[in-house]
Structures are given as structure tokens and as C-alpha cells.
Write a protein that binds this ligand. Structure first.
Ligand SMILES: [Zn+2]
Length: 208
């Protein structure tokens, strides 16, 4: 079989080769504070091959890969966990939400308290610009919640999803746990007149 992280062939029935398995044993990264959270905890810094491993699990799941990824997750002491809800269609296509699987591995009561009210479906947001300019929206269900809440998400890139969810929970003491954090990407706004460099039908910029 081939390794789920680097796709090299190896003969043992296990989802990861020794190199990729070792990369998952790296200590958790220290995440700088992000308002309004009191603390943010991440298990993996998502550079390669860790990013490829987590992305493979996020897309296709797999019991052995899940066991390898969700070992020894550490989270602060809280009263309840609220997983960030996924797009309905995305969760359906991927046979369930990986965020829920992370939340279950953290050993605290899970409350399904948020509803997504996005205008743009997540799958249509392809660029970093899209995600920054159209962050997801959340609404709190009519549920009584305890004081200390841990919001859980799978991958954090800009933090805009976590902040959008936090804005629905202003009355609580908030902490966050993400499975992986992407290193900061350089943000470039789209060039005027060119919609997408892959889109050949995009109007050309007028010549001056
Ligand atoms: Zn590998």
C-alpha cells in the first residue's frame, strides 16, 4: 500500500510511513492569542508532510489514519465543547464531520449549539481572498450553556471562522482547539480586471 502522507510505497498495512508517522510526533505549536479567545490550542503545525496527512484524512477519512492523528490531544479544562458546524453538503460528501471526530477525542461534554447561516457555500470559496471577504456566519441555538466553552475546528488558516463563531457566543469564557494550524500565508488582493488566472474567459485589462 502507499503512505497517506507522502504516497511512497511501503509493504506494511498501516496508513503512514515511518517519516510521516514521526512528523506527527512533533510537539504542538504555540499559537499567539487571538481576540476574543482566552487561549487557542493547536495539535499540529501544518507544514508538509503533516498538511498532506491531515488533508487526506479530512477529505477521505479512514479509521487507522484517524487513530494516528487523534492520539494524545490536549485541551484546557472547560465545561463544554462546541464543534464548529460544517457546510451540510461538505459534511455529507465526506461522510461526516472531522471536527466532530476531533471534539469526541477531547473528553468533555459536546453541545451542538451553533447553526451555520452562510450566504456563500464554503465549497465556492476557492481563494484566501474569498474566505477573508466572506467569513461564515453562525447563530446560537436556544440552548442554555455553561460558562467555559471550548470551540473546536479542524484546520485554522486565518482564524476568521473561529472569530465568526465566537461573535455568536459573546457572553461566555471562550477557548479554542484546532487540530492543525496553517502557517501564515501572504495575502494578495485579486488584480483588477482579471477574475482568475485559470479562467480564460475573464475580461482582459484595457490597454493604455
Ligand atoms: Zn509517508
Amino acid at each position: 500500500m502507499t503512505c497517506s502522507g507522502c504516497h511512497t510505497f511501503f509493504p506494511i498495512h498501516f496508513p503512514l510511513c515511518r517519516l510521516c508517522w514521526t512528523s506527527l510526533q512533533a510537539p504542538p505549536p504555540i499559537v499567539p492569542p487571538l481576540a476574543p479567545f482566552i487561549s487557542i490550542h493547536a495539535r499540529y503545525l501544518l507544514t508538509d508532510p503533516r498538511y498532506r496527512i491531515i488533508r487526506e484524512w479530512k477529505k477521505n477519512g479512514g479509521y487507522l489514519l484517524k487513530r494516528a492523528i487523534l492520539r494524545d490531544l490536549q485541551a484546557p479544562e472547560v465545561d463544554a465543547i462546541i464543534p464548529i458546524p460544517q457546510d451540510f453538503f461538505r459534511a455529507w460528501r465526506r461522510h461526516g464531520s472531522r471536527t466532530w471526530e476531533c471534539a469526541k477525542a477531547l473528553h468533555a461534554p459536546i453541545i451542538d449549539a451553533l447553526v451555520r447561516t452562510d450566504k456563500t457555500p464554503q465549497a465556492q470559496k476557492t481563494s484566501l481572498f474569498d474566505r477573508i471577504s466572506n467569513p461564515p456566519r453562525f447563530k446560537l441555538k436556544d440552548i442554555k450553556l455553561p460558562k467555559r466553552i471550548l470551540l473546536v475546528d479542524d484546520i485554522m488558516t486565518t482564524g476568521s471562522t473561529l472569530q465568526a463563531a465566537a461573535s455568536a457566543l459573546t457572553a461566555y469564557e471562550l477557548h479554542a482547539f484546532v487540530l492543525g494550524i496553517r502557517p501564515q500565508q501572504r495575502y494578495e488582493p485579486p488584480k483588477t480586471h482579471v477574475l482568475d488566472h485559470r479562467d480564460q474567459t475573464a475580461p482582459k485589462a484595457p490597454e493604455v
